[in-house]
Design a protein around this ligand. Structure first.
Ligand SMILES: NC(=O)c1ccc[n+]([C@@H]2O[C@H](COP(=O)([O-])OP(=O)(O)OC[C@H]3O[C@@H](n4cnc5c(N)ncnc54)[C@H](OP(=O)(O)O)[C@@H]3O)[C@@H](O)[C@H]2O)c1
Length: 219
C-alpha cells in the first residue's frame, strides 16, 4: 500500500493504523527526515515501511513511472494507493491569490495525484483487488469562498474519481470525504485555539480502513 502525504496529520495517522492492520507500506513525502519519523511510528505499531522521498510539485510523469517500476520490482503489485498529500497555503480571495500558489495547489492536489495514479494502474490491476482512495475536503464545496486552488482541486477530485471509476470497473476508486481535522493544513485556515470543529485525525482512519478492506462500492 502506498500513502502520499505520509507524515501529514491524516496520512501519518492512517499509515500507523494500516500498519496495525498488517499492511506493508510505502510512505511518500518530500522531506526525508519527516518520512523517517513517520516510519518510526509505523515500526512502533508493529509494521514496516519503505520510504519514497518525492516532491509532488516538481515530479514528472517519468518520476512516477520510475516509482511504479521500483514498487513493481519490490512487491510485484500494489494493493492500494491512498492520496493524502495536499497543498493549501491559506484562505485568500481568488482575486488576490498568488498565481504560482494557485497553480501549485491545483497541481499537487489534483494533477500530481492523477499522474501518480496513472503510473500505478498496471500494478493496481495486477493486485486483482486494487483500490485507490483520494482524500477529499468537502469544506470548499459547502463554503466555496477563499479556498483558492486547493478548493478548486477538491471539486476536480470528485470529477476525477467519477471518471476513473467509470473507466476502470476492475478497480475500487473512492473519494474519502473527511471532516475538519486538527492538522497543519487546517491550522492554515483557522486559528487552532478557536477551531471547535476540528477533530483528532487518528479518530477518522476507520472509514478509510473500511474502504481498503473492501467496504463500499467504487466511487
Ligand atoms: N485537515 C482537514 O480539516 C481536512 C478536512 C478534509 C479533508 N482533508 C484532506 O486530508 C488530506 C490530508 O490533509 P491533512 O489535513 O493531513 O494536511 P497536512 O497535515 O498538511 O498533510 C498534507 C501532506 O501533504 C504533503 N505535501 C504538500 N505538498 C507536497 C509536495 N509538493 N510533495 C509531497 N508532499 C506534499 C505535506 O508535506 P509538507 O509538510 O512537507 O508540506 C503533508 O505531509 C488532504 O487531502 C486534505 O485535503 C483535510
Amino acid at each position: 500500500m502506498l500513502v502520499t502525504g505520509a507524515y501529514g496529520g491524516y496520512g501519518r495517522a492512517l499509515a500507523v493504523d494500516c500498519a496495525r492492520a498488517g499492511a506493508r507500506l510505502v510512505l511518500l513525502g518530500r522531506n526525508a527526515r519527516k518520512l523517517e519519523r513517520a516510519a518510526d511510528a509505523v515500526e512502533q505499531a508493529g509494521g514496516e515501511a519503505l520510504l519514497y522521498p518525492l516532491d509532488l510539485e516538481g515530479a514528472t510523469p517519468d518520476d512516477y513511472a520510475e516509482l511504479a517500476a521500483r514498487v513493481g520490482e519490490g512487491a510485484g503489485r500494489l494493493d492500494a494507493l491512498v492520496h493524502c498529500a495536499a497543498h493549501f497555503p491559506g484562505l485568500t480571495p481568488l482575486e488576490h491569490s498568488d498565481p504560482a500558489a494557485f497553480a501549485r495547489a491545483l497541481h499537487v492536489g489534483l494533477t500530481a495525484r492523477w499522474w501518480l495514479t496513472q503510473a500505478c494502474l498496471p500494478l493496481l490491476r495486477d493486485s486483482g483487488a486494487g483500490r485507490v482512495v483520494f482524500a477529499v475536503d468537502p469544506g470548499p464545496r459547502a463554503f466555496p469562498a477563499y479556498w483558492g486552488g486547493y478548493g478548486v482541486a477538491q471539486r476536480g477530485l470528485e470529477a476525477l474519481v467519477e471518471t476513473l471509476a467509470a473507466e476502470q470497473p476492475g478497480l475500487a476508486v473512492h473519494a474519502l470525504h473527511l471532516p475538519p481535522l486538527r492538522t497543519p493544513l487546517r491550522a492554515r485556515a483557522y486559528a487552532a485555539d478557536e477551531d471547535r470543529l476540528a477533530r483528532d485525525p487518528a479518530g477518522f482512519t476507520g472509514p478509510c480502513l473500511d474502504l481498503l478492506a473492501g467496504g463500499g462500492e467504487g466511487a
